[in-house]
Ligand binder design. Sequence first.
Ligand code: URA
Length: 211
Amino acid sequence: MAAEVTVINHPLIQHKLTLMRRVETSTAKFRALLKEISMLLAYEVTRDLPLKTERIQTPMSLMDAPILAPEKKMVLVSIMRAGQGILDGMLELMPSARVGHIGLYRDPRTLVVIEYYFKVPQDIEERDILVVDPMLATGNSAVAAVHRLKETNPNSIKFVCLLAAPEGIRHFHSQHPDVPIYTAAIDNKLDEHGYILPGLGDAGDRLFGTK
Ligand code: URA
């Protein structure tokens, strides 16, 4: 399967992303903007959800009305901790989605990605998964998270981020060419510390006000 990258360049998303990037944007504003953008991303990413019809009674008449077809609810998996920002927005739009969390860190000595937390719905098998993390930088965490999720035998996986670096996209798709990436923008490159340029800084710190 061809590796797909979709840049969701809706004007509202692009405008809000610029506000997020600004260094002077406050934590509260950053969080609110990420939530708003995440709702817009969710709208686009779920565009291909199948529908079925169900007979309903309106106040006027009976009708065969469209309704989401999947029997099993979608699972949103947040890569901790910045993934929480996207998760909050998406849950607003899909309140009955199931939720999973994956915690990963890179051992500074060996640079190997270590999993410290993994909690997903027990019946994740055969569900559709959206993995969310605002920044696809080196791609190491995203690659490890998707490897781990594939072990659970889901129906499908999509990866959703806010910003992606070309290096991260290449690395991710070298490991998971079958998993499409959705992003609001592809920036220029990574700096020597693995931060995205021009980027928006550390998404977790900006989201939670930890720096
Ligand atoms: N993680 C971030 O929060 N920011 C970057 O630029 C790269 C990774």
